[in-house]
Design a protein around this ligand. Sequence first.
Ligand code: NAP
Length: 675
Amino acid sequence: MKLESFVRGQWTEAGADLVEVRSAVTGDVVAVMPSGGIAMRDVLDHARKAGGPALRKLTFHQRADMLKRLAQYLTERKDELYRLSFATGATRTDAMIDVDGGIGTLFVYSGKGRRELPNATFMLDGAVEPLGKAGTFAGQHILAPRHGVAVHINAFNFPCWGLLEKLSPALLAGVPVVTKPATVTSYVAHALMRMIVASNILPDGALQFILGSTGDLFDHLGCQDVVAFTGSATTSQTLQRHPAIAREAVRFIAERDSLNAAILAPDAAPGTPEFDLFIKEVAREMTAKTGQKCTAIRRALAPRAHVGAVIEALRERLAKVTIGDPQLETVRMGPVVGLDQRRDVLAHVATLRAEAELVAGNPDHFVVEGADPVRGAFVPPLLLHCADPVKATQVHAVEAFGPVSTVMGYDGLDQAVALANRGDGSLVASIYTHDQRIAADLVFGIGTFHGRLVLIDRDCAKEQTGHGSPMPQMLHGGPGRAGGGEELGGVRGLTPYLQRTALQASPAMLTAVTGSWVKGAPVVTTERHPFRYHFEDLAIGQTFFSKERTVTLDDIEHFAHFTGDTFYAHMDEEATRGHPFFPGRVAHGYLLLSFAAGLFVDPDPGPVLANYGLDSLRFLKPLQPGESIKVRLTAKEKSPRNKQYGEVRWDVEILTGTGETAATYELLTMNAVKG
Ligand code: NAP
């Protein structure tokens, strides 16, 4: 297989050097790829001049649609990616984690983009902040796509997921990507990239693909660029020290190695479901992807009294793992990615053995099914036991990136917390307990040292997604050794690619710039009711002032008995005596809402198709019988949805007859498009 980079809209085999990539299973050359020799300044220019502007023209919803179409396109072709992944040492199950996990991330970002982001090219961040007493000066934060490039550098272990989990939030945010796969598994990422290019779904310059060396790319980074790196701490530190990173204050996200822990809590004794779940998870994390997962369990912590039982149960489970050619259906675990990786893993195991005893697996003697154990990079699952984890240092610091884990006993929860935190910052820890107090103690003991905590017990056993699976909805990253980065986490994942800007101006100016009406800005009143306007004709700031209505005691009584809401504050004058909020019997908040609807609604069929909810409802002043209310309804924001209708957000204020604010909320309607 001859691989090519994809830059400036073209595939190119140009490169200063040719690099051979070998199969993890047979040691044979499976691909040849160019490295170096690409004019990186031109690559970045193309992203900035073609990709960025094209993406920024699209709204979040349009970009979300693009991700969905891409996910559908890749789903139909994923078998080729599974097939290629065998040579990396991945079984079909391993390949599914990589391929389906990556495509799933595209789908999740597409769904979240449509549901949680506006159909606009930028978004508001938080509420309007009043900055002057008279209401003529206010502040609003906005988030807009940076005018730079997202440089993504990926680790070898997830050639598809790694590329797609970084790509999804960057493209949704509107920032073009230059992605670089790790060399040893580049042929799988290359096949994925071929599919993406062939799909023709992304605009020109939105995604470029660089094989091998990044050359002088970092020299040309600027203040609008973002680097997201996944890999070893050593490479991350080298890249982070590049002068351009500090000089241009380039955002740098690092996802690095991690000494993740699984903690068996004292209540989870042998025989409990939590004990079994712990054993299953430790064994699975050691063998899935042949232990080459940044999230894998490297340290299995158990109460000292249960250490013997833990080792016994793991030994039994690991003995059943068939090692060999990952294409064979009987094989549960393939080789690590290559002979260099095997050398690294075994060297790290040797270091660990100075502090821990090997209790399961023998690196010099194990059975390999269907492949040559010398030419293939096979390593059996290796379980160690560290008898004195308090004194030990290496078991908390050395990541053997293969099927390796160390069991360690602890005395008391405080020690379990201290040991887990000796990882100096990890991506994830899992806790196995059915005791909610223990769970809370552990969560607050180790939480800030971890990016993610998974609490596993019998109640969630069937549905839990596992210790090692980063979910696109949830944060991936961790403090300290783990790199200090944050990726994924739903729409939080867009944060690095968006610039937050604080706008300070008059309400009228803020309204004009953001397209979102701010209280204090002029309102527009028309003879026709605002509900009579189609989506495109309705003006932001268009307002309806209702007439007044008096709320009587009979109204309150009627509403109480009709709805069944006979709460004492509405029914019993005596019971409200001395009450901190109510001066006597008061109207139901929901009665006010209902009357407000009656006051502002324009009943005949028309462009308003449906009311579909309220946001930010606050009851601010209780209303006593005999007082009256009136309503101001102002078109605040419009968000196009499709050819038939769009969403309108209305700012609603219920005022008392004397002009005090009784309640505020935002009403959402779907309004027909005239077409
Ligand atoms: P690595 O050797 O650090 O390589 C990572 C990436 O950096 C590769 O694409 C590599 O490209 C590139 N690279 C290396 N030197 C570079 C340089 N001077 N300039 C620009 N790019 C450079 O790590 P790896 O061996 O692929 O991955 C294993 C490590 O990654 C493990 O420690 C694991 O824990 C960690 N990891 C972390 C996460 C996470 O999310 N936290 C996920 C997966 C893996 P070449 O391959 O071409 O050298």
